[in-house]
Design a protein around this ligand. Structure first.
Ligand code: ADP
Ligand code: MG
Length: 258
């Protein structure tokens, strides 16, 4: 799938050591189950659907002994589907990335995905998120990452609400907590890139930052723009909802001060 939008059956035949008629038969059955999409244009080719890719990923995690049981659907974000699940670490969540999926055209147009099949983008997105969490866990309040496979990331379950759902009693304090985390992220060399009231979880114990596939490192060309946008998002949210005024330049200085 890294090379072809539709993987040729000939290749599968060679790889799997199964006759092409048999492969085609299996692929037709998988297509009926909506696990793959087949195409006969010049050649017989196939590609994963979001369901197929997610099944593949969870199968690998089950094989590795990481996932023991899949639980209920917890949330459908704009670029993912998140399920509760049981692992050796206890109750966890599994996030299936679906970035670049044809059903999410708007998202696709906003960023430049070239001509890659969505599987490639979804796998890359999951890997990025796993890398970011690994890099940040221990320094920043993020869910503990457990494993990555295909388009799936296995991580700690945070029992908290999204910031936008909560009416805060102490908004100044919460904004300070958020800015502290942004600063710690920056110190660790990471800029979130999609920081908003939807990607911050909160309960009585504190706040957590989630949703990292689009993160950039501090040395990237766009890091300053991303940081400024993240901070403006937060300041705007707290201004609109709680009337808190903070100077963006001072906040920027605070975050970048070593
Ligand atoms: N570790 C987690 N613990 C609890 N809930 C989570 C966790 N990760 C994600 N969620 C829930 O799933 C939703 C979507 O996840 P998110 O990482 O923001 O992906 P998306 O890109 O789809 O917005 C979140 O808004 C949150 O409600
Ligand atoms: Mg999100």
């Amino acid at each position: 799938m890294w090379k072809y939008e539709f993987v040729p059956v000939d290749l599968l035949e060679k790889d799997l050591q199964i006759r092409s008629e048999k492969v085609e038969h299996l692929l037709r059955e998988l297509s009926d189950e909506k696990v793959v999409v087949n195409r006969r244009k010049g050649y017989f080719g196939t590609s994963f659907t979001f369901t197929g890719l997610s099944l593949y990923s969870i199968w690998r995690l089950v094989e590795r002994g990481e996932v023991k049981m899949l639980g209920k659907l917890m949330g459908e974000g704009k670029e993912s589907t998140v399920y509760n699940c049981l692992t050796g670490y206890g109750e966890s969540v599994i996030k299936f990335h679906r970035v670049g999926h044809p059903a999410f055209k708007k998202v696709k147009e906003k960023r430049d995905y070239g001509t890659y099949h969505f599987s490639v983008l979804a796998v890359r997105s999951a890997k990025n998120e796993y890398n970011a969490l690994r890099r940040l866990y221990g320094y920043v309040n993020v869910p503990r990452p457990f494993a990555w496979e295909g388009n799936a990331v296995l991580m700690e379950l945070i029992d908290a609400n999204e910031l936008y759902r909560v009416k805060l009693e102490n908004p100044e304090h919460v904004l300070d907590l958020i800015l502290d985390e942004v600063r710690e992220m920056y110190r660790a060399g990471v800029i979130h890139g999609d920081l908003s009231q939807f990607n911050i979880l909160i309960n009585e114990e504190g706040i957590w930052i989630i949703d990292f596939p689009q993160y950039v490192t501090r040395d990237s060309e766009i890091s300053e723009d991303f940081l400024l946008r993240d901070l403006n998002n937060m300041l705007n949210y707290f201004r609109k909802n709680y009337g808190i005024e903070k100077d963006i330049n001072q906040v920027l200085m605070f975050v970048k001060k070593q």
